[in-house]
Design a protein around this ligand. Sequence first.
Ligand code: ADP
Ligand code: MG
Length: 255
Amino acid sequence: MRNILSVEKIEKYYGSKGNVTKAIDNISFKVDEGEFLGIMGPSGSGKTTLLNCISTIDNVTTGKIMINNSDITRLNSKALDKFRQNKLGFIFQDFNLLDTLTAYENIALALTIKNMQFSEIDKKIKAVAEHLEIGQVMNKYPCQMSGGEKQRVACGRAIVTDPSLVLADEPTGSLDSKSARLLLSKFESLNKELNTTILMVTHDSFTASYAHRILFIKDGRIFSELIRGKDTRKEFFNKIIEVISLLGGDDNNVF
Ligand code: ADP
Ligand code: MG
């Protein structure tokens, strides 16, 4: 398996003298191409900070983050823009779609900044829409869509550029359970059929059970890892719940 992401001894401090928060405290891990990795942890454990450092929205205080063998903590701003446009797909908890654009236009935006021909853009959007079952909302504006539809459109926007790595921060956080299941089954099929590498942050055990490996973080450190192996999703879910209760969470599937 080809290594796609390598996080090497990163630390992240917020604030300055007298009022410093250590959000990430020496985290290292690797992700191979085609992996579906979950990152779990209670609120405030550093999940979003970690994802923001990998996505280059934020920068680390110390350490290296290698993506496709290039250290992204050392890129200049032009190289960073190019990297974000070409290599990464983001999915946020609250969708982040542009309200004045239709679903189609929201997805197209990710491609128009790449100087692609209209016919090619159209072809790509239609393929993604079919895969995510959002063809019927392509002409709707975000305010006319359900939460689940919006999140699948956001997912379409993230993957239409064929990114090396898809980063999702609590992607099911605003969804009801039926929409969450549908979105997660789409993640599963993207991962399986298109070999898309997915890094998904969540505090929810059900959501995490779709991943193939889970890193648990607490107070900015990795404290445990679970690998799904041949387990069914249900068996994996039970193991996740076990780890969480061992580590002081409640049974309510949230830390
Ligand atoms: P999670 O996503 O796991 O809930 P975060 O990564 O958002 O956790 O936060 C980790 C820690 O860093 C928390 O203690 C939080 O208060 C702190 N933190 C996050 N962002 C900032 C910021 N911009 N300035 C100061 N502290 C921050
Ligand atoms: Mg967060």
